[in-house]
Design a protein around this ligand. Structure first.
Ligand code: PGA
Length: 247
């Protein structure tokens, strides 16, 4: 059985004062033991968040694919692991868009993350025009083929399906579209990795809120959520965790 996983992506939001939210979310997580919960704050807040998280995993939103070297401004997976991070998001559409990350780079980052002992959350998702052109499944399948490492069974990999047009827009994909895409992702993973492909968790992301979380979690092959805006406060994130624990 795949346990539900709810991950908060704080993006470039939050400060030391916001860590009170981490404490409140960790308290709620302890009351929902059937669900895995993690928060990925900005790099600067990872260490202080770990101190507040009561064992709840804290992660990063990106890492470099190399272990060290002349890469000004970057942070590598072993550095994250050393300070106690447990996971890292790679290939988020905002990284693919604003930092021009390719599938190959995302795959290398995922490999580096797994090698360092981190869980890698690999993001995929289509644009609105790709969906309108009927190419959503083809685009996502191509991203999976390029971004998920071939030796994935060696590590803890999670896939997050995030339609780009649903991120931060308040527009959520319909349960029917989500179900179709998650089934296609599952088929790809099983075809490539056999039994292990059935164990990989597939998260949905894109305007997940307290009022739509339960119906999304009820869709087949939706194993949790990657939550942006509504993960910033316990008031909005905790009801999403609770919805996952009721499934
Ligand atoms: P959102 O962001 O929940 O604010 O739409 C999701 C994400 O980008 O991971």
């Amino acid at each position: 059985m795949r346990r539900k996983l709810v991950v908060g992506n704080w993006k470039m939001n939050g400060n030391l004062a916001a860590l009170a939210e981490v404490s409140a979310i960790a308290d709620a997580h302890r009351r929902a033991p059937g669900v895995d919960v993690a928060i990925c704050p900005p790099f600067t807040l990872i260490a202080p968040a770990i101190a507040r998280a009561q064992g709840m995993p804290i992660g990063a939103q990106d890492c470099h694919s190399k272990e060290c070297g002349a890469y000004t401004g970057n942070i590598c997976a072993p550095m994250l692991r050393e300070i106690g991070a447990r996971l890292v998001i790679v290939g988020h559409s905002e990284r693919r868009q604003f930092h021009h990350e390719t599938n190959e780079e995302v795959r290398a980052k995922a490999q580096a993350a797994v090698a360092a002992g981190l869980q890698a959350i690999i993001c995929v998702g289509e644009t609105e025009s790709e969906r309108e052109a009927g190419r959503a499944v083809a685009v996502v399948t191509e991203q999976l083929a390029g971004s998920v490492p071939d030796h994935a069974p060696d590590g803890d990999i999670v896939v997050a399906y995030e339609p780009i047009w649903a991120i931060g827009t308040g527009r959520t994909a319909t349960c029917e579209d989500v179900g179709e895409m998650h089934a296609a992702i599952r088929a790809h993973l099983k075809q490539r990795f056999g039994e292990w492909g059935a164990l990989v968790r597939i998260l949905y992301g894109g305007s997940v809120r307290p009022d739509n979380a339960a119906e999304l979690f009820a869709v087949g092959d939706v194993d949790g959520a990657l939550v942006g805006g509504c993960s910033l406060t316990a008031a909005q994130f905790v009801p999403i965790i609770e919805a996952a624990s009721r499934q």
